[in-house]
Structures are given as C-alpha cells and as structure tokens.
Design a protein around this ligand. Structure first.
Ligand code: ADP
Ligand code: MG
Length: 253
C-alpha cells in the first residue's frame, strides 16, 4: 500500500469497526467468545450452578438483550462479561485475548479501558457534580483531557446544561443519562447495562433506549439485561437464559 492509499483510506470511526471489518463472523475472532463457561457459587456446603455451560459469540456492534427469569444467571453472566468476576471453568476471550484467569488488578485494567457499565440504580456519587461523576473513570485510568472528554460524553446524552448539577438535582432519567455518559467516556469496546430502565417510568425508559439506539448506530457494542419486552424489542438479538443455560438466541431484523 502506498502512502497515498493510506491517506485516502478512511480511518475507522471507532475501535470496534476495524475489528468488524478485518475479522467478520465467518472466519475471524468475535469481540466476545465464551466457551463452556460455568459459575458455581459455594454457599456453606451447597453448590449453586449459576451458569452451567455457556457458549456465546458476540460481534462488534452487536445490540443484545439478555432475558430470563429471576435466578436464571443474567447478573452472573454480566459480571463475567464485564470482568467483574471470573468463571469457575471455561474460557472467555475478549478481542481474541484470553481473560479467563486474570488477576483482579489485570481485570480492573480491562474494565477501565474496555467496558462501560450502566446499572439499574445509576450508582452516581451523590456529593459530586454530573461532570465530575463522568470524569471519574478517566481519573482512575490517569487519562488526560478529562474535562473535555467528560463534557463531550455529556453532550452525547443531551445533558450539557446539567453538567454542574448534583445527582439530587436531577430526575431519574437524567441520572441514568449521566451514568451512560460515564460508561461512554473512556470509549469502551462494550457497554453492559443491567436493567438500565428498571427504576424508570416507561416514557423515561423509552428516552434511555433512544440514547442506546443512537449509540448502537454510532457503532457501539451494547449488551442489556432486561425483563422488559419494550427494551428487548429495540435490540437486534435476544438471548434467553434458563437455569444457567442459553435457552434461545434469536436475531431480529
Ligand atoms: P439473575 O440475575 O438472572 O436473577 P443471578 O445471576 O443473580 O440471576 O443468580 C443466578 C443463581 O446464582 C441464583 O440461583 C442465585 O441465587 C445464585 N447466586 C448469585 N450470586 C450468588 C452469590 N454471590 N453467592 C451464591 N449464590 C449466588
Ligand atoms: Mg440479576
């Protein structure tokens, strides 16, 4: 390739895009590959098989809902996908790298760089402005230009005018938008959301899903745990868990 060719080849708009183009479904490494993942919790002398052998590939820019009854293993799966916890057995490859057996500090580094989290209860620091809440992940990772990047993330969720408000001065939907900005700010490979609309009324939930739709359209990979049909039907793929196993994996138009 000549230098001229290089300059006329558009740069990928986001990191996942390059992966999607270079390694498509058919012959390449997916963004996420889980092979025979199990998670067994020990409670006293009891053993709880929370995940019983999960095989799952997720491609860059997938838009996935994870559904299933209470106790079916959704949160356990999210914790493993998000590198908050490790599987008892099985392999997790993230961008082709085996992260199944990493130390807590290595996992923390992966979370900081590659994964953005959104929770049902927002999990914002109460005595801290929206802007500072969004800057926080960058501070942990010692990333420069924190303020500018945090403002840009707040802009993406339409909250520029609330940057200096504290969480108790924001509505539920606004708090969740701050949390989404915080998840976005380090430009993660994946956004993981566990019941992101669970504490919101349905109209506000729709607003949050509109933001998720637009992030997905911009190339973001999204994985959302939900029990709400209205949320799941926005996604392009619905995975149903039952007793720690994938019961159904449905792609939608
Ligand atoms: P869901 O999010 O679908 O409700 P979870 O992943 O939270 O399901 O739980 C799956 C199973 O694992 C349940 O039977 C639950 O009781 C059990 N479980 C989850 N977390 C723990 C834990 N920390 N210790 C022991 N058992 C747990
Ligand atoms: Mg759960």
């Amino acid at each position: 390739m000549t230098i001229h060719d290089r300059t006329t080849t558009p740069a990928p708009a986001y990191p996942g895009e390059a992966t999607a183009m270079i390694t498509p479904d058919t012959n390449g490494t997916p963004l996420i590959r889980l092979s025979e993942i199990t998670k067994i919790y020990r409670v006293g002398t009891e053993r709880v098989h929370a995940l019983a052998g999960i095989n799952l590939d997720i491609q860059a820019n997938d838009y996935v809902a994870i559904m299933g009854a209470s106790g079916s293993g959704k949160s356990t799966l999210m914790n493993i996908l998000g590198c908050l916890d490790i599987a008892t057995t099985g392999t997790y490859c993230l961008r082709g790298a085996d992260v199944s057996r990493l130390s807590q500090s290595k996992l923390a580094g992966i979370r900081g760089r590659q994964i953005g989290f959104v929770f049902q209860s927002f999990e914002l620091l109460p005595r801290t402005t929206a802007l500072k809440n969004v800057e926080l992940p960058l501070a942990y990772m010692h990333v420069p230009h924190r303020r500018k990047r945090a403002l840009r993330a707040l802009e993406r969720v339409g909250l520029t005018d609330r940057a200096h408000h504290h969480p108790n001065q924001l509505s539920g939907g606004q708090k969740q938008r701050v949390a989404i900005a915080r998840a976005l700010v380090q430009e993660p490979d994946i956004i993981l959301a566990d019941e992101p609309t669970g504490n919101l009324d349905s109209a506000t939930g729709e607003e949050i899903m509109n933001i998720f739709d637009s992030l997905h359209a911009d190339g973001q990979t999204m994985i959302i745990v939900t029990h709400e049909q209205n949320v799941a039907r926005r996604c392009h793929r619905i995975i149903r868990l039952r007793d720690g196993l994938i019961e159904a994996d449905e792609r939608r138009a």
